[in-house]
Design a protein around this ligand. Structure first.
Ligand code: AMP
Length: 113
């Protein structure tokens, strides 16, 4: 997608603080972190959000979900972490390339809304 911010980050056209990469996924630090660790995990193939995750090939879906635990271990989040994926306007999704927020490094609020 020519005009997608995260596609440009994946291609290296826009700089990012890379945390993890494999054949199907890329992860980088959120520019406006909401926790001591705030990583964005994205599939390299462009899909809009979690409602479209089934459009990814099965191997890419598996890699995406497997990457969460790898990143959490790499970031030493052994005490826990939160995974969030905003999907659509009611969830305030602002970048329309599927991304999974991985948040940790502090006690999270009980409320998720
Ligand atoms: P969302 O609101 O769920 O769509 O999340 C988009 C996230 O992308 C926000 O947390 C932003 O801080 C983050 N973001 C936007 N631009 C960049 C960038 N250039 N590098 C890293 N994170 C970014």
């Amino acid at each position: 997608m020519d005009n997608c911010l995260f596609c440009k980050i994946i291609k290296g056209d826009i700089p990012s603080a890379k945390v993890y990469e494999d054949e199907y996924c890329y992860a980088f630090r959120d520019i406006n972190p909401q926790a001591p660790v705030h990583v964005l995990l994205v599939p390299k193939m462009h899909v809009a959000n979690m409602a479209e995750v089934s459009l990814l090939p099965q191997d890419a879906q598996t890699a995406l979900f497997a990457a969460i635990g790898k990143i959490a271990a790499q970031e030493k989040l052994e005490n826990g972490f939160r995974v969030v994926s905003n999907c659509g306007p009611d969830a305030c999704q602002s970048v329309h390339h599927l991304h999974i927020h991985i948040l940790g490094g502090r006690q999270m609020a009980e409320s998720m809304a």
